[in-house]
Design a protein around this ligand. Structure first.
Ligand code: UFG
Length: 331
């Protein structure tokens, strides 16, 4: 198949590209390289285009016969979205609308969309299934929910076929340790802990120890990036056999607190994490844990990385590799 991967130079997107190429597919990456990295994409076409550039976007579809699109390109930081919501609505919602228009204009009718657990807001059940109420508490989650609603309406009106995957906390890195999480600035927990260990600095901050959880820190469900990429392949296959609009929650179903993650990083690395306690970060729900029964039963999706230390081990290998090459890597 010939697949367009938007945001294919980012953390999850570049893993998706590698998984597609390893499975024998033909891939074109569209990325504006605002947060992604050209070095993360190899062995396929990379087009530096922003989804808001409608003419360029249309030209990407003209002359290339895509079987479908896997759509990652988005602004994706919860706290930034609280400060600059307009950027999130423009990039994520308007950008995706442009993408859908180009797809429909060029008879491309399959899309796998990178959604998020942030569409649910504060959970009302211990584990979040697809039926859980959707009241996002930050503009990032709201923008992704708007896109899901848009895709559902386009599926009904124009016969678009769409799968939305709501990821819980993407973590870990490819076994090759050649691609992985490399945000600048980094805001995510596991990379921040591992980076602080590599730098040997006590710049790690724990945001909030007064949540209603066992140790007072936020609880998240960490899911390996390779397992996420595998789910997308299964999602694409589903669209060939079962057209329409589909949603799936992707997580391991186990919750780990910030302190659990810090302890697991210490076990994996053999180093002591030095951190300071700060106030709560805006827009953070206390607990987010997935019920992924639907993905497991409908898609036969079975995460390979179920153990937190095993996930962190892969991230640690990547960060050591990246840190060693840091000065040679172009932005
Ligand atoms: N945290 C720290 N210190 C850090 C970084 C994070 O204490 O340096 C805490 C956060 O406050 C939060 C937890 O660690 O409690 C996890 O934070 P991450 O930034 O790693 O991940 P988030 O849960 O905020 O974000 C993830 C995805 C988003 C998604 C969100 C849903 O990255 O795309 O889950 O809320 F929107």
């Amino acid at each position: 198949m010939k697949i367009l991967v938007t945001g294919g130079a980012g953390y999850i997107g570049s893993q998706m590209v590698k998984t597609l190429l390893d499975s024998g597919h033909d891939v074109t990456v569209l990325d504006d390289l605002s947060t992604g990295h050209a070095w993360a994409v190899s062995d396929c076409e990379l087009l530096q285009v922003n989804l808001l550039e409608e003419d360029k976007l249309s030209a990407v579809f003209r002359g290339r016969k895509f079987d479908g699109v896997i759509h990652f390109a988005a602004k994706s930081l919860v706290s930034e979205s609280v400060q600059k919501p307009d950027i999130y609505y423009r990039n994520n919602v308007v950008g995706t609308l442009n993408l859908i228009h180009s797809m429909l204009a060029h008879d491309v009718d399959k899309i796998v969309f990178s959604s998020t657990a942030a569409i649910f807001g504060n959970p009302t059940t211990p584990k979040i299934s697809e039926e859980h109420s959707k009241h996002p508490v930050n503009p990032y989650g709201k923008s992704k929910l708007m896109i899901e609603n848009m895709l559902e309406d386009m599926a009904f009106a124009y016969g678009l076929n769409a799968v939305c995957f709501r990821y819980f906390n993407a973590a870990g890195a490819d076994a090759s340790a050649s691609i992985g999480e490399a945000h600048e600035p980094e805001t995510h927990l596991i990379p921040n802990v591992l980076r602080s260990l590599l730098k040997g600095e006590a710049d790690m901050k724990v945001f909030g120890v007064d949540y209603d959880t066992l140790d007072g820190t936020c609880v998240r469900d960490y899911i390996h990036v390779n397992d996420l990429a595998d789910a997308h392949l299964l999602g694409f296959d589903l669209l060939k056999s079962t057209p329409g609009f589909h949603t799936y929650n992707l997580g391991n179903g186990n919750g780990f607190s910030v302190m659990d993650v810090i302890r697991a990083c210490e076990t994996v690395t053999g180093k002591k994490v030095r951190y300071t306690v700060e106030g709560r970060r805006q827009g953070d729900p206390a607990v987010l844990v997935a019920d992924s029964t639907k993905a497991r039963t409908h898609l036969n999706w079975e995460p390979e990385f179920v153990n937190l230390e095993q996930i962190i081990e892969t991230a640690w290998r990547w960060h050591k590799n990246f840190h060693a090459r840091w000065s040679q890597i172009p932005e």
